[in-house]
Structures are given as structure tokens and as C-alpha cells.
Design a protein. Sequence first.
Length: 284
Amino acid sequence: MSAAEARSNALRSIEYADLPVPTVPRIRSVSLPVSEPRFTVRVYYPAIIDRLDIAVVNCHGGGWVTGDVESHQFWAASHANNAQCILIDVDYRLAPEFPYPAAVDDICDAIAWALEQFSEVIVLGTSAGANLATAAVLRALGASRQPKALILQLPAFDARSDRSLYPSRSEYDHPYLLLTHSAMQHYLEQYIPPKVHRDDPLLSPVLSARLGMLPKCHICAAKFDVLADEAAEFVDRMQTQNGEVNLKILPTAAHFSGAFPVETASGRELTSWVAETIRSACIN
């Protein structure tokens, strides 16, 4: 499947879900980096904002190939309203036109800009966006200021292709669960240049020796997901490195539960978890 076909299919799925975009009274777009713009962020200001000095940088999902601030505006607006926070949605560049590390570069710049504008920043990522969010924070660990928390839902943590690395890659590799192992590999082949090793920690964060240096991580995984065991392994390794991390597993969910935040119980649970975790991270 070409990137154009994948984007068309993703857009049709979103249109089919027919999700009404929540009203947010103020939204503005900013081109970044300011000195030499190459991408934009969309900043959401909900009617009620608990703290004006904190913002959430959001990295949408889409397999590194699909999605943008238009297609994912329902989730961005919902998270801003539900968590009562300023949310910065990153329109990072997509593969294959812009392969690794373009998206990581963009998210690093978005986080750095947010840290200039706000006292504290939380980074939120979904699926491939969770991979990118983690990679960006890992890359910037030497910076003088860091995000206060990472919130990662349905994350992809390991770009290596070997199916045998994680039982969930075979156990939940069914088309009716929507995300298959072969689909993940197809997306990764478009994202990762041929000569780049997939064990690079910025592609496979689970392999990083610096997980213990990350800010507190909040992770939510789906039980019936080919990526489920990657999340568990990431948590184990981060704890071994004395990092602060917690894991929630949605017991009846598959990978695309977040795409149905109204219709399914697991989708509603995931949406609530994101809002509650953002609000908790803002306080603690």
C-alpha cells in the first residue's frame, strides 16, 4: 500500500467514525522553528484552563505515514477540553517523503518552543506518535530544561522486525484486530531509511540505556494489541534503570480503541485516562 493509499484509507476511517469536533474558543497556528519554519503547530485554548503556565505537546498517531492536525483535530480538541489544558498539536512531517529523523526533529523543536513559552510542559503521544515523543525526549536529555512528564497511549517502542521478540506480535496478529505485525513493518519500512539500523534507541526506545533519565512516564496499552508486549518490556527496562513509570492495560481493548472514543467502552476509558493523567501530571 502506498503512502497516498494509506492516508486515504485513514481519512475514510475518520470520516466514517463521524466524530463531531468539540468547540474550542481559541485556536492558533504557529510556524516552527521560528527562524526557519518547516512545520506548524496548532495551539488549543479551551474555555476552562486549570493552569496557564503548563502546556501539553501532542504527537498524533498514524504509523509515521498518515495523519495531521486536520485529521486529528477531534482528539486534540477533546484532550484540551477534557483535561482543561493548553494543548499544542504538532503537524510533524511524514514519511516516506520525510523519513527518519525528520519527525523527531520537528517534535524536538516543538517541545523546545513550548518550553520557551510555558513554565512546564507535558508530552503526549499516541501509537507512532508515542514512539516519536519518547525519541524526542530521549534526544533532548542533555538540555537545560525538560518536560515534566511523558504520557504515552498504545505506544510503539521497538522498530526491530523480528516477530519472535514479543509474543503479542503473533498472538494478536489478526486482521479483525485492525493492526497487524505486517502492517507495522510496512509503515516502518517507509519511515526508516534502508541503511539506518533499527536498534537505534531513537527508533526503538525500549533499547535505550537512558530510560532511567526520562521524566515520569505514564503508559496505557491495549491487551489485544500486537504492540502490547513492547509496552510491558519498556516499563520493565525503565524500572530496572530506576526510572519512574506506571502502566495501565485496557483489558478489553485492541490497538484502534482510541479511534472510537464514543462508541466503545475501551475507547471511552482511554479518553478518560488521558484527561485524568494530564490533570494529575499538572498537579504533581
